[in-house]
Design a protein around this ligand. Structure first.
Ligand SMILES: [Ca+2]
Length: 313
């Protein structure tokens, strides 16, 4: 089986960092490039953080591009209260030495997809959907080259994490999310309903630390930092590790269970802006536009993560 070509669109973020590490450690996926977007922290930090993670993985040859620095139609909302001032708070981090590519991420996505064979590239957005929606709007023909979009975003039975109704990635740029969800491209969604079942319990974090590698130590320190906020918030036994679920799905889809349903994005209401209105019970009669995941084999997911991250230095 040949490796699946992917583009990771990201706003690192400790959990983004773990997702990038998982991808760079896994032969089932071929990372064509990483595109940074403003989200958890501003763009200047997310593009830098993406390079820090590539260097940590021992892959400084990875192409990293900076994309949109603000959502399509509203001011940027960030999440330093979760991720810390740098976005990767926790361990001490040196500035990266690998270069940032000069081309704008959206131009590179368009150019890459225009040159790619039909249905040959999978997009993995794990931040606000601004870059992806801007590319789809400017060059709708690129849809033909997309095999699938697998994204982390939204929530239904679990509600929201930035407002009672909305998950952060969708809330930051609901207009962009609406464009992606109505693009008519095969779409798989990892909502909070899944990620809130992927908790960094003590034994799981210690398994990272016990790898005895730099990657293991950093991952443990990132999840420790991330956890302080979430434990207080949810009273749970650990923090949800959101973004790596997207990459895990590409490697081991059997870890997940969901439904092919209609999901619409609320773009108007002040109260529920950014809500993913998921027709889980299929009561609307609206046509299905995505596979909305609902469950995860969390032990299998963490076993995969630990096994793969241990392959990196
Ligand atoms: Ca993210």
């Amino acid at each position: 089986m040949s490796a699946r070509n992917i583009i990771i669109d990201t706003d690192p973020g400790q959990d983004d960092a773990v997702a990038i590490l998982l991808a760079l450690a896994s032969p089932e996926v071929n990372v064509l490039g990483i595109t940074a977007v403003a989200g958890n922290v501003p763009l200047a930090l997310t593009q830098k953080n993406a390079r820090i993670v590539c260097e940590l993985a021992g892959k400084p040859e990875t192409l990293v591009f900076a994309g949109c620095d603000a959502p399509m139609s509203r001011p940027l909302v960030t999440a330093e209260h979760v991720h810390g001032k740098t976005g990767l708070d926790g361990p001490q981090l040196a500035d990266p030495t690998m270069p940032l590519q000069e081309q704008h991420a959206v131009d590179w996505i368009i150019e890459t997809l225009r040159a790619a064979p039909e249905r040959s590239v999978t997009l993995c957005p794990i931040g606000p959907l601004t870059n992806i929606a801007t590319a789809l709007t400017r060059a709708p023909e690129i849809k033909n080259a997309i095999e699938e979009i697998v994204l982390m975003g939204g929530g239904y039975f679990e509600g929201g994490n930035i407002t009672p109704a909305a998950e952060f990635n969708i809330y930051v740029d609901p207009a962009a999310a609406d464009i992606v969800f109505t693009a008519g491209v095969p779409l798989t969604v990892m909502p909070l309903d899944v990620t809130h079942k992927a908790l960094t319990t003590r034994p799981r974090v210690e398994a990272f630390r016990n790898m005895g590698t730099e990657v293991g130590r950093m991952t443990a320190e990132w999840t420790d930092f991330f956890e302080r906020f979430d434990k207080e918030k949810y009273g749970s036994e650990g923090a949800p590790l959101h973004d790596p679920t997207v990459i895990a799905y590409l490697i081991k889809p059997d870890l997940f269970n969901g439904r092919h349903i209609n999901v619409e994005i609320e773009t108007q209401s002040d109260l529920t802006l950014g809500m993913t209105v998921a027709d889980w019970w299929r009561v609307s009669g609206r046509e299905a536009n995505c596979t909305f995941m609902g469950d995860i084999d969390a032990d299998g997911f963490f076993a995969l993560l630990t096994e793969r991250l241990a392959r990196l230095g």
